[in-house]
Design a protein around this ligand. Sequence first.
Ligand code: HEM
Length: 515
Amino acid sequence: MDLSWVTTILFLIVIGLIIKYVLYMSSEHGVFKRLGIPSLTPIPVAGNFVREMRIGPLTFQEELYRKFHSEKAYGYYSCKTPILFIRDLDMIRDIAVKHFGTFVNRREFQIDEPLDHMLSMLKDDHWKNVRTTVSPTFSTGKLRRMFHHISSSARTLVEHLREKKDRDQAVELKHVVSCFTMDVIASTGFSVQINSLKEEKSDFVVKAKEIMDTAGRAIFATFFLPFMNKKWDKIGISVFPKGPLQFFSSFVDSALEARKEGANKGLSKTNDFLQLLLESEVENTADNDNMSTEEASELKMSTDRKPLSRTDIQGQAIIFLLAGYDTVSSVMSFTLFLLAENPDCCAKLQQEIDDKLGKRLPTYDNMQDMPYMDMCLNEAMRLYPPGFQLDRVCNQDIEIGGVHIPKGMTVSFPVFAIHRDPAIWTDPMTFNPERFSPENKSDRHPYAHLPFGQGPRNCIGMRLALLEIKVAMSAILQEMTPVTCSESVYPIRLKFFQMVSQDGLWVKMVDRIDF
Ligand code: HEM
């Protein structure tokens, strides 16, 4: 056969495939026009993704929020996918709560097993079953039992900060606090005792960090190659690195087996997240020994549920790690930095801690009544919300607030832009915890502040997160004060793609007496 024919045919096939790809990726680009919803004009294939990537998702979100300031909802195209931003707070409430049944699921991402079994990724009845099973982990009774782990990790953190203070060295808060959160996750989730500040090379820490660092690849694959969804595995490509995932899957498997064996030999049970998952493998779980009334009733509520599969269990073990690591460390490190920048607020918080605790160690009960601490955390999460854009997928045609939302449409809440909207928050860039005093709160729309989301699909770990942060912050501020130093860069400049400070969050710790 003539070689030039082969080349021509191959060339035509390639051109044909490119045209097919362009048409496929642009096939949804007229949706908003058809629905009469204002939107950005898309370019073929990428939609508005190039602009989003060029200025970063945070600035992009604010840019659109300002551009469409008089609209309740507006659209843009994340490559092929139309995304409907909801600006109106009543509409957000209706989607998250009133019409939850129409908006149960989140947008699908390109991930492998067991990550696709994480609670945050699950859909419909599967999600409901796992959420009901996992919920009791965060009950008062369970949190009380986890408390000593949290308290012990907080003491390790305080010791580290004390050493830095004594040597007059600056500390980068995000790094130090991330080590604390890793220790809490390892102990409350898996009864693994580590000191990440000293053992950065521990397998648990290295593998956990590897999983967390690779989310970007999954997002790229989902956006640009949506037709490959769930097919990567079949052609032998792993979007997430296989090694760390296998490490955690086998870690969970062997821990579960060891515990089953222990239980057969009559050894006492461990109080951690993994134990709860283990009990959920068997129908009619848990003997109710030592269970609080609240826990017992929570479990009763969940008697209809099906036992979790081994992949479900692995998925939940990993989400416990992923969801609790960066979020908690980010909120706590931003709050401490903002307190260093605002010494009056810091002094007021220390006064509250002194009044409640004196020099005693924090307890579970006194952490429940720290109103000014709550105000400071809420204000820090207003300015720097880890979940800065939340989404839901519509499962049937519906009209909300006069906007027609078709089946299959992804709706998104622009949390970051809402949290900095000057029409809601006077002087929005100023750190002012008083915004969250009971009087000021009651003057505001309740959906103007969404750090943990809203409705049945909100953050399941909120109580654990706040407990961890409050215990560690109280233990630190009882003894020391964070102050700005020559390494501190403020106002904080955020990275393009993440809720992370570009310059780090550097402070020095000084003795309370020097304050
Ligand atoms: C300050 C720390 C945290 C913040 C700011 C935070 C924020 C959020 C937000 C905004 C969502 C989405 C809610 C929505 O779509 O309405 C979420 C979901 C979730 N969070 Fe958190 N989170 C934090 C800590 C934690 C911790 C410690 C855990 C577990 C140990 C956790 C587990 C989860 C899970 C499993 C989901 C998915 C829930 C579902 O789909 O049913 N989070 N979180």
